[in-house]
Design a binder for this molecule. Structure first.
Ligand SMILES: [Zn+2]
Length: 72
């Protein structure tokens, strides 16, 4: 069961890293946003969100004007 052990270790490291990312994103003021594609939570679909240029957090959906800028 060597693989299972490795997977479990990696999973717990992954959770730790995700917590660290979350902490950074929570403390960030998101001073500048940029429209970009991100992976949808449930599935492989990509959607456009406004991402913080500092911490990469998906802050909000783009307005139609921002979406138009992004697509042009
Ligand atoms: Zn940010």
């Amino acid at each position: 069961m060597e693989k299972q052990k490795t997977v479990r270790t990696l999973e717990s490291q992954k959770k730790e890293l995700q917590d660290q990312i979350e902490d950074i994103q929570k403390s960030c003021k998101h001073p500048e946003l940029n429209a970009n594609f991100i992976q949808d939570d449930n599935g492989g679909n990509k959607k456009v969100m406004m991402l913080c240029t500092e911490c990469d957090a998906a802050v909000r959906y783009p307005t139609s004007a921002e979406l138009k800028d992004f697509c042009s």
